[in-house]
Write a protein that binds this ligand. Structure first.
Ligand code: SAH
Length: 257
């Protein structure tokens, strides 16, 4: 897959693209990554790319002319890529959307800054808008990296164990079961005995039940009416190998004020 990011801060990606999964994907030739520096298309000696908003108000808006040229340069490199603008007003990124993006051969991600971009740029150049959540970042770069990371790990041959992408949270619309590793006792807490039983059918049942209960507790919105199968209902009724001890509520940050 080829990804081109249109940005005022190409150096933002230097670190993140050099570690772990994205780095491995690039090394294996599964991912090609490059950037277009919007400022290269900027106006005047200062290479300016933004201006005050029509109608007044705070902050600066990225101009359509320069953004349009920068995006056209990305499009020249990747003619078949959809142009996706990172925006808090876009469709929320989900695992399902990441899987759809991972099917593409080419992708262009455009990063806004300041108060955002001139709407006419969106009208003329943008195929889709994508948000990473209901929160406002200072720029699209961190959001674009979230997209790249989520998509890259789904590319064939990138993750070491193909199963690890299949069994995770949201792949089936539920959260993953809790995980444990050595040592067997940590600070007085033992791992659930079933996980060291060696009985794979029992382990599988425990994990599916834990996943289901966690989802019901933390994210019931993922399991609307009718989303549970007969198999799921059987699991909930099954009281062998209790899960309860591991169903603590997700911890919330308390505001200090
Ligand atoms: N004034 C805009 C926010 C601008 S934030 C508004 O209220 O909608 C500046 C840039 O950061 C945006 O253009 C976008 O590219 C990026 N950005 C901010 N929050 C984001 C989010 N949740 N998801 C994706 N991109 C985001």
């Amino acid at each position: 897959m080829k990804v081109c990011v249109v940005t005022l801060f190409p150096e933002f990606f230097d670190g993140p693209m050099q570690v772990s999964i994205p780095a491995r994907a690039i090394e294996r030739g599964e991912l090609r990554f490059d950037t277009v520096q919007i400022r290269d298309f900027g106006k005047g000696v200062h290479r300016s790319v933004d201006d005050t908003p029509y109608g007044g108000g705070a902050g600066m808006v990225m101009r359509a002319v320069e953004l349009g040229r920068a995006t056209a340069a990305a499009k020249e490199r990747l003619p078949n890529a959809p142009v996706v603008l990172m925006s808090p007003q876009g469709a929320r990124l989900t695992q399902g959307l990441a899987a759809q993006l991972a099917e593409l051969d080419e992708l262009i991600l455009v990063c806004g800054r300041y108060e955002g971009v001139d709407e006419r740029f969106v009208e003329r150049h943008v195929d889709a808008e994508l948000s990473i959540g209901d929160v406002v970042l200072s720029g699209g770069e961190a959001a674009a990296f979230c997209v790249i990371d989520a998509v890259t790990r789904l590319l064939p041959g990138v993750l070491g164990n193909a199963d690890s992408a299949r069994e995770e949270s949201f792949v089936t619309p539920r959260l993953e079961h809790p995980q444990f590793t050595r040592p067997p006792v940590y600070d007085g807490l033992s791992v659930p005995p079933v996980l060291v039983s060696g009985d794979h059918a029992r382990i599988d049942r425990w994990r599916r039940k834990a996943a289901l209960l966690r989802t019901l507790q933390r994210r019931p919105d993922l399991l609307p009416e009718g989303a549970m199968s007969d198999d799921d209902l059987d699991l909930l009724a099954d009281d062998r190998d209790p899960v309860d001890g591991w169903l603590q509520k997700p911890r919330k940050l308390e505001s200090s004020s």
